[in-house]
Structure formats: C-alpha cells, structure tokens
Design a protein around this ligand. Structure first.
Ligand SMILES: [Zn+2]
Length: 280
C-alpha cells in the first residue's frame, strides 16, 4: 500500500499574523552563502511579529530559529559573489528596511563537449515546444504558498550513487548552456522515487528536456523537482507526506541513462540539494 495520504484538510496556510510555527535549528539546511547555495540571514527577534522579506524582488522563506526570525535565501548560480547583497524586509508595521549580507565565491567545474550538431540543435518544432515549457516551468517554480514547511531537511528521494555535478558549467560546441541545476542519482529504471518532504504536487507532465517530471511545493517557495521518471505516481493538487512514492526512476526526456535528476528551489533559484540531504 502506498503511503500517500490526503492531508489537504489538515494543512492550513498560515496567513500573515497567524501564530508562528517555530522550528529548531536542526531543521534548516546547511548554510553556505555562495552562488548556488543558501544564505541564512537573521532578520529580527522572534518575540516580534513575523516580518516578510524579498530578495531580488521575490519573496523568501522566513522561519523562527533560536529566538530569531531568519530568512532562508536561495542564491542564484549566476550571482556575483563580489557584490553586496540585501534583503528588503517589511515588518507588520509596514516599515521597510534593508538587511545586508555577503556571499563567498565558489568556482564550479566546467565541462566542454564537442558533439554532432544534431545533438544540440533543436528542430523548429522542438524549439517551440521547449520555449512553451520553459515559460510554464519558470512560472511554476516562482510559486510561493503561505504554508510553512515543517522542516527543510529532506528525505533522500532515491538511493544510489550521487553525482556532485550541481552547478557544473556545460559548454557544448563552444556555446554555454545553463549550468546543471540539480543532483543526479543513478538508479535502475523502476526504482521508487520518494517525495523528499511533505508538500503539495503542483505540477507534473512530460517535458522535452526533463521528461516525466513532478514538482512538489513544501511551502514559502521551497520546492523540489524530480525528472526523467519512467512513471509518475502523483497527481497535481495531491498533498504528500515525506517519503510518499511519487514515481519511478527512468530515462525519459533528454537523459543518457536511467537516473533521477533532483532539484531543490528556494525563491525560484535552484540550490545545491546536498545542503538539504543526509550524507549519502
Ligand atoms: Zn541532472
């Protein structure tokens, strides 16, 4: 029997001013304020009402930790670590202020490949499909729901050897592509894929590059994405517990072999899943 349960009636979105859900330090991801990492920035004492914060115009996750409200901020892989960073913080009194923080640099590996053009150049039809899907997925990944995640520590979505290729910069035939936005976990086709934390399935579909894909919203812009599935076992709108089966490992979309591509998003930025997972 699957461990999926419908929790829709039990999960109530926390409106501004609602009693705060307090979380302990152990439930936060490992902080690593680098491009592709997570900055944990203290905003105010937790005895004050919960503030809201935005980074680069997008709302960010705010939780209580050790007596303080902290923002858990996803840093874009493309961020310039030399530049000072600032959150726009708004208290319930409506007053805005800036909270500055800084980044450290991180150099990700680069992979240069020369392949036959047919492998990297899309037909007009495929290009049009990819463009539609890109726009759709970008909108889904900007989702910011009011529910507060109970934990930001994730369950391993499938067991197998993990690549450490998050952030890998790929250059095909001299042209830069998007850096690798997730962790690849090698596992045989059909291996169960588990939901990494409790949340709502907000998207599923068969996409040109990602193949069969499921996206789960854990609350406040904290999302996980599972790609190349051979089977999807989770419908849009369903609430899942951590560890519920959402599908099976496969090689659908543009994949060279069976594996799970697993991504974690905070404020619409893909961040290193290793910061959220137990050690392999
Ligand atoms: Zn991947």
């Amino acid at each position: 029997m699957r461990r999926r349960r419908c929790l829709a009636s039990l999960v109530v979105g926390a409106a501004w001013g609602a009693p705060a859900v307090r979380v302990g330090a152990t439930t936060l991801p490992q902080a690593l304020a680098v491009p592709g990492g997570v900055a944990i920035v203290e905003l105010a004492a937790a005895s004050t009402p919960r503030p809201s914060a935005r980074f680069g115009g997008l709302p960010v996750l705010v939780v209580a930790r050790d007596g303080a409200w902290v923002a858990v901020v996803g840093i874009a892989l493309a961020a310039d670590a030399a530049q000072p960073q600032a959150l726009a913080v708004q208290g319930t009194d409506g007053k805005s202020r800036e909270v500055a923080f800084s980044l450290q640099g991180k150099q990700y590996a680069e992979q240069r490949l020369t392949v036959a053009p047919k492998h990297v150049e899309l037909s007009a039809k495929d290009l049009a499909r990819h463009e539609r899907e890109r726009v759709h997925l970008a909108a889904v990944l900007r989702r910011f729901s009011a529910r507060t995640p109970q934990t930001l520590r994730l369950v391993t979505p499938t067991s197998g050897p993990r690549s450490s290729s998050f952030g890998l910069r790929r250059v095909f035939n001299g042209q830069s592509r998007n850096p690798h936005s997730g962790m690849d976990i090698a596992a045989p086709t059909g291996t169960p894929v588990l939901c990494a934390a409790a949340g709502e399935v907000i998207d599923s579909g068969d996409y040109f590059f990602n193949g069969n894909t499921v996206i789960v919203d854990h609350g406040q812009g904290f999302l996980t994405l599972y790609c190349h599935l051979s089977a999807i076992d989770a419908s849009r709108g369903v609430m899942l517990e951590a560890g519920a089966t959402i599908g099976k490992v496969g090689a659908t979309g543009r994949a060279t072999g069976a594996h799970l591509h697993f991504s974690v998003y905070l404020n619409a930025q893909s961040v290193d899943p290793a910061l959220f997972l137990p050690a392999a």
